[in-house]
Structure formats: structure tokens, C-alpha cells
Design a protein. Sequence first.
Length: 350
Amino acid sequence: MPADTLLQRLFLDAQEEFLKAIDHVPNPGRGGAIGSLNPASWTVAHLASTHDAWINVFCAEDDPEPWIDAWYEANGDRNAPPTDDTLPAYGDVRASFERVAENAARWVEHASWEELLRPAALPPEAGAWAGTRRAYLVARAVAHIYIHAGELSVLASLMAADDLGLPGDLQHSSPPTAEDDPSVPVIAALLRDAFVEMRRIAVVTPTPAVEGAMDRLNPVSHTVVHVLQREDRFWSQVAQGNEPNAALAKLAEGASAEPKPLPWGDCLDALDGVEWAVSPWLGTVTPQVGATPMKWRDDSSYAAQMARSATHLLAHAGEIQAHASLYGVQSIGQPGPLARVSEVLAGMPS
């Protein structure tokens, strides 16, 4: 049966949402750089090139997509800052990502869990990445997509586009999970890693971004409280029966329908408090616990909503990174190592 684990279904959703993020950027934002933001076409090219390497080349052991491979060869480095010589046309790079995504979906959708647990076919110069399991690259690709989708959403907002609504409908991954889905602990670990990414960027965010000094962009303090309200409610209150986080509840009382800045020290305290309440429990989640019913519009389950929580946090982490970059903050290299995903996969028999 195709795509029979939550990790595989979430991967399919992520690819579809990134195509929507590409199309959501209005035409004025599809040209050169806007302030210190990366040009949208470079962001898409970077994502497409990396995605193609991780999934189609290292996992599926297929040839790279020719157009994006040629861009990479001309660019010399998937992470190199864009220049006029390496900036691709928006339509060309979108078409290339679509081909990359089609090839990746074909392999991921039909891979068995045993195949996903095998080491990826990494090149000899992989170094510390040697022995990386294919499931890790699939999870990393999901995280990478949502980080950059969040980045594109900032650019679109500056061009007066409506909110993209990340992480999207997640039609593939929102239905209930099975009690024997082996990927559920990986998804729970991805949510723990998403908390790490949120804190990594929160602590380096400058005051103007925290307070929302730039028109059309929400204050980062508001964004942090927005994401934490879901995580505290679902994984501390509902799943564990805890009382609401006191610092977060106080911040929510001071919030309003119109986004406004909130006390940043209290926001960071709430972030720590929610993570400390949630992360240890997530580390114990089994496929059986993941199958616990949970309502979300239609019937869903704990694990499916963990997937939504992880992608929600990652998208906003990418959004905050882009927002902070407008005030001169250098990239922190999101996503980081996803250490919790690595740890969970390392404990699974090959």
C-alpha cells in the first residue's frame, strides 16, 4: 500500500504546501532581493537542489534533475549567497522543483519502512553524515521545506499577500494513524526538534522584530504566543492532564485580536515552560499512543496532530528567521541537526 506511514504522508503534504508557497509570492516579489531577504527564486532553487540531492539521489539512488543540477554546478554551492549570475528565472525554478517533487513522491510513497531504515547512499565526502538513514533525510526534507515556506510567506506578506495559512490542510497526514505505524516516534521527535528550532531563532531575534516595527509583519512575540497556545493545550493539558502554563495564560490574557507586541522575557519563559512540560512526554510516545483519537475539524489522532504541530512550529521558525534577517541577523542554519530524530532512528533495528 503506498505511503502507509505518517512520515511518508507528511512528506507528500510538505511538497504540496511548498508548491503553494512558491505560487503565493506575488509577482513583485519574484525578482531580485528585497532588503536582506534572499530572492525568492534563489530560495526555491536552494530548496529544490537540496531536496533533489537528499531524496532522489541519496535515497532513491536516481540521477539528479537536470535543470536544477545544472544550476547547482553553475552556483557551486547550494548554500552560497545569491548573485546576479546565479539567480534563476522564477518560472524555470518552479518547474524544476515540480519535477523534483514528482520524482521524490514516486520513491517516498512506495518505499517500505525497511527501505527507509536503510543507510542513504551518501557520497564518500559525507563525513559526519555517513550512515544516515533514509528516514532521517525524509524527516529533514519535511523540516527544510517548512522552514523555507515560512521564509517565502514573509516575502509574500511584504508584498501585501494574504496569510498563506501554513502548515496547510495536510490532507495526506491529518487522518488517524494506525496503532502499528512505526514512524510515530519519529514524528514525535520531529516535534521536539521543532521546539529546539523555535528557541534557537527566538533567542537571537532583535527587538524591532519582537515588537513588530515593520509594517505587514506580525510581532515575533505575538507569533511565539500563537504557536505555544496550541502546544500547551494539546500536549500538556489534553494529553497529560496538566494545568495551563501560567506564564502563557497571562500572556494570552494580554493578547488581542489585532497582533501586538507582548513582554518578550515572559514569552521566552513560556516557551521554556511549555517545552519542559511537553518534550519529555513526547519522548515516550508509542504508535499505540499516537493512535489516540483527537478531534481536529474531522477525526484525527495524537500522532497526526503532532505532525501538524511540528510543521506549524517549523514554518513559524522559518518566518521568524526571515523577519530577523531584515534587521541584520545572519542565518542560524535551519533546520539544525534534528538530534532527537537522529536519536530515535538510531534506536530502531535495521
